[in-house]
Design a protein around this ligand. Sequence first.
Ligand SMILES: *Cc1c(COP(=O)(O)O)cnc(C)c1O
Length: 333
Amino acid sequence: PEVEAFEQEVAAYCGAKYAIGVSSGTDALLIALMAAGIGKGDEVITTPYSFIATATSISRVGAIPVFIDIDPKTYTIDPKAIADEITDATKAIMPVHLFGQCAEMKPILDLAKQRNMLVMEDAAQAIGAGQNGVKAGTMGAFGCFSFFPSKNLGGFGDGGLVTTNDDAFAQRVKELRQHGGKDKYRNVMIGINGRLDALQAAVLRVKLKHLDAWSAARREHAEYYTQALQAVKGVQTPITAPGNTHIYNQYVLRVERRDELQAHLNAHQIGNAIYYPIPIHLQECYDILGYQETDFPAAEQAAAETIALPVYPELTRAQQDYVIETIQAFSRS
Ligand SMILES: *Cc1c(COP(=O)(O)O)cnc(C)c1O
């Protein structure tokens, strides 16, 4: 009952017809791809600048991730580059709403419609984010969410969820998360053990009530950082595209001397992280695809220049001032 109640609450929150709890964000992607019937020989267009699970879920169903470079301003997939990569094998586009802001969806949705492809949104970092009044995860055929503790809505362990407005897809997702079972011991598809634990659902139901307030606090912190840091030499503050409501799962600076800044922040005991130091096309596990350095210059440059600052809701002004002063001092050094 906790899982069902949570699913109804998230469906209402996102404005999706169905929300189906699953075991993680990775399994949300995997199950959505399985439900879409994507598999061997198929291609899925996605971004090389994301968490590895975006691409590996595509590979896990036997399909091939085809990478497209990012927009260097928003770090999300560059829609202008997609059309050139579509082949007869392309079945879907998987944009990632990275750091908590939506990829530019209109051209992606238009192209998908024209070319008969599905759009599968990796909304793992973007629960509650919006674009022109529509919530992340409800624009494509599927929205895939994660409740890993580092996300804006985090459980006490792993958890995930798939949204869809399609009756048949919803039915398949429900079956696939439960070993492809129609009922307990009658299996119509080859599924996985992909359920959301009731314990996690119970925790997430409590936290969901606070989600908007927490994301608003993150947004305030982000504005405060940006006010103070936009004038700092060698530092580029985050850019929100018009129409987007950013939920700042991460507040990410672009800094030429990034590695030096990271050492400086570490020396001053300021938490920070690099999302992501190696773009996916250059990961060893994807040697097999034959990509090379310089294939996606914007993604590669982002991997070399970005760094995330603390932006969690409970952060205090005094803590933010300390972060800001430490970065200002660095820029003068
Ligand atoms: C976190 C994340 C995932 C995977 O979610 P898990 O719950 O950790 O399996 C997938 N894609 C992106 C973009 C993520 O940030």
